[in-house]
Each structure stands twice: as C-alpha cells, then as structure tokens.
Design a protein around this ligand. Structure first.
Ligand code: CA
Length: 415
C-alpha cells in the first residue's frame, strides 16, 4: 500500500512517522482542557472541536480519554478513520475549515491517551525469557516448563501507568543479594527498562474468547516501558512473581496506533517448537513487523542507540494473550493494557533490557562519552521508538521517553 497524500505537507515527509496512513489517537491539552486528537505530520488535529461542530461522529472525543470512543466498537473505529482520511486527504475541501483546529505537536502537552482499566504484563518474548533464564537458572533450565505452552504473565497495577515524558523516580525497596546475611531497605541499585509493546483492549468480554475474537477486540498498540528494579525483583519474586519491582512506573507512548494502520505489516509468529493446544493456536498472521530502538541519554551527554530489535521477534502475539487470560472466565474491560513482555532479538545488540545488555552487570557496556553502564544511572534518559516501514512512509508511535530521578533521600519524609 503506497503513501496516501495529505494536504498537511509534513504528513508526506517519508522521514516522518505520522502520515495519513497512520492516524494514531491521543489526548492533548493546550491549556483549554484535555480532548482527543489525531496526529498528522507534525500537527495534532483537535477531534474534540470537530465533534462539537458535527464534522466527525460523536463518540466522546471531548471526554479527555479514548475509552468511550473505543467502547463504541469496530464499526465506529472504521467510520471515524474513513471520515478523517477524507478530511485530511490531498485536495479535500475541508482544508479551508480545519486550519484553526490543527496545533503544532511541539506546543501541546500529551496526556495518558486512555484511562487504564487494568494492566497485565506478559513474558512472551523467547529471546528475553531465554537470556534471563540462562542468567538465573543456567542454559539447561532457561525456559520454565510451561513457557512453550502458555503466554505467562502477572497482573500489574493500572495506577502505575504514566504517559511518556513523565520523570520516573528510582524506587526504594527491600533488597537481599544471595550472599547477604539479611535483607536491607535501600534505593534500587539495579534499576532497568523493558522494551515492550502494549496492546489496548477496546471491547469488553465476559468469558473465554478465541484468538480471533481477542484480535478483533484489540483497538491498537502503544510503546511500553516496564521499569524494573532487578534487585527488588530477585528477593521478592518467588513464589508469586514480580510485585514491587514492577510497581514504580510503566511508561507508554502518548499515541495509540490503530490495528487498521498496522494491517499492512501483519506477520506470523515464529514456528511453534511444541504445538499449542487448540484454543491458543494461531489462526493467521497476528504479529506485526515494527522496528524498535532504545536510546540512552546520559545527564548532560548525547543520545545514543543501545538496542535495535523488532516486534516480530515475539513468540506469542497480543491476540494469544487475552485468549489465554480469559480461559478462567476473567473478564476483560475497555482500556485494559496488555504488555507484550520484553522484546529482545537473537543478537547481543537486539536486547531489550540493560539486564541483558550487561548480562546481569557482568559485562558493562560502553557509552560514546567513555562512561559504562550495567544499569540505569540517575539523570539518564531512556527513550523507546518504533515504526513499521511502508513503501515511502512509516507508521510510527512517536516516543516513549522518561528521565530517571535520584531516589528520595528518605522515602518516609522523616529525618
Ligand atoms: Ca515486563
């Protein structure tokens, strides 16, 4: 599918990530209240204003979150996308009416695009699970026995999800290394990122759903950084899994890229090493080819790429996750966020966490300013970017970025 040209000139720039083919939704505020917008080139089009004028369907764009729009269902998702494509296409009459509803993305503040109903994080990348398992349990026992049969996950906290741009503070926690005689309470010294994609559930379900129904219920995707305190995790994680190690923050990109925009980039999961039970089997290509990168910007230093990988490296698709998640009868809600699990690739420079890049801190990696890193240092900015590459255009997510602030001097405020 070629580029669909827009009268918004910057949308036709092949180095940009918001062409007319994309149309990702977000929530912005220019000082006059939060409302939904759609990214086009370097601009955001005010959907709240257009809804007020009856130029787009009335689906709750003035509500400050995308949940009501998502709840309207796939028919409304298509109608709005078609309307916007018409309004923004090269030569459209609407060009003369819409100028005052286009704002520069550089001057608006992006907010969380939807109210996160619930947040579940999976562990569905085989390269990551193998790397981490090898570090902790040895190569022979790297993958847990269930791993090739179900996409394993844990229930996270919706309250911890923040939008890109919000600083993240290094957490305190209870730590105990294997050689420590007793646990102590201290700031995490092994604070880390996890490069992930998040699937956004746009339709509710109340019982077990098939892989196809799960795919149909997904509204779109965001970039997701699952901030992780490895030293807190090492002490707390058995037997019930991660808890405080993952509860500091989860950052997501401000733009939700729709399934419709990603449709040309569908690709299959890798060959199954063990056939899945029928209720989890792939029914078609349900992953996407999306190039991903992680950059690190040291305090006062230059940004540099520390990892490059691709979403197609996942072993399980996002659709297989709710298919498993709902087998128990677990209801899914509009606004549920499903983290993919860390997306690492086969090579060293494809690793999606510092834990893997530094091999548990044993092999610190060098930055171009001469510093080395095993884990995040105070003042570091970590940024995720992602885009699918079309024929002369890109379908991108923008950035998912945050700077890490030093731990509080005293977390309880008592001197
Ligand atoms: Ca994770």
């Amino acid at each position: 599918m070629p580029l669909t040209k827009s009268w918004v000139e910057t949308a036709n720039d092949p180095t940009g990530v918001f062409p007319l083919n994309n149309l990702p939704y977000g929530v912005f505020n220019d000082g006059r209240g939060a409302r939904a917008g759609v990214a086009i080139g370097d601009k955001v089009l005010d959907l709240g204003a257009l809804e007020g004028l009856g130029m787009v369907p009335s689906v709750g764009f003035r509500n400050g979150a995308l949940n009501d729009f998502m709840a309207e269902g796939a028919g409304a998702w298509t109608r709005v996308r078609n309307t916007l494509t018409g309004l923004l296409s090269e030569g459209a009459d609407a060009q003369h009416q819409l100028g005052s509803f286009l704002h520069s993305q550089a001057v608006v503040t992006m907010q969380l695009p939807f109210t996160v109903a619930e947040y579940t994080d999976f562990y569905a990348g085989k390269h990551h699970a193998t790397n981490v398992g090898t570090m902790f349990r040895g190569a022979e026992n790297a993958l847990p026995p269930n791993w090739l049969h179900i996409p394993i996950g844990y229930n996270g906290r919706a309250s911890s999800v923040v939008v890109s741009g919000r600083d993240v503070r290094r957490p305190w926690g209870q730590l105990k290394g294997p050689d420590d005689p007793a646990p102590r309470f201290a700031p995490s010294a092994r604070f880390d990122i996890e490069l992930e994609m998040g699937a956004v559930v746009g339709q509710p379900s109340s019982g077990p759903i098939s892989v196809d129904q799960a795919d149909a219920n997904i509204f779109g995707y965001v970039l997701l950084n699952d901030w992780s305190a490895r030293d807190i995790q090492a002490w707390e994680y058995q037997p019930l899994g991660p808890f405080q190690a993952k509860a500091t923050s989860t950052s997501i990109s401000p733009w939700v890229v729709t399934k419709a925009a990603l449709e040309p980039f569908r690709t299959s999961t890798p060959a199954r090493e063990i056939e899945l039970l029928p209720h989890l089997r792939d029914t078609g290509p349900m992953l996407y080819a999306i190039g991903l990168e992680v950059t690190l910007t040291p305090d006062g230093g230059a940004e540099e790429i520390i990892s490059r990988t691709n979403y197609r490296e996942m072993y399980y698709s996002a659709a297989q996750q709710p298919a498993h998640h709902t087998t128990s009868g677990c209801p899914m809600r509009v606004g549920d966020l499903l983290g993919s699990g860390t997306i690492s690739g086969p090579e060293r420079d494809n690793r999606g966490s510092l834990l893997e890049l530094s091999w548990g801190g044993k092999e610190p990696f060098k930055l171009s300013n001469g510093e080395t890193r095993s884990f995040i240092e105070d003042g570091d900015r970590l940024t995720l970017r992602g885009a699918a590459n079309g024929d002369g255009y890109q379908i991108g997510f923008g950035e998912c970025t945050a700077r890490v602030l030093p731990a509080l001097k005293n977390p309880y405020g008592v001197s």
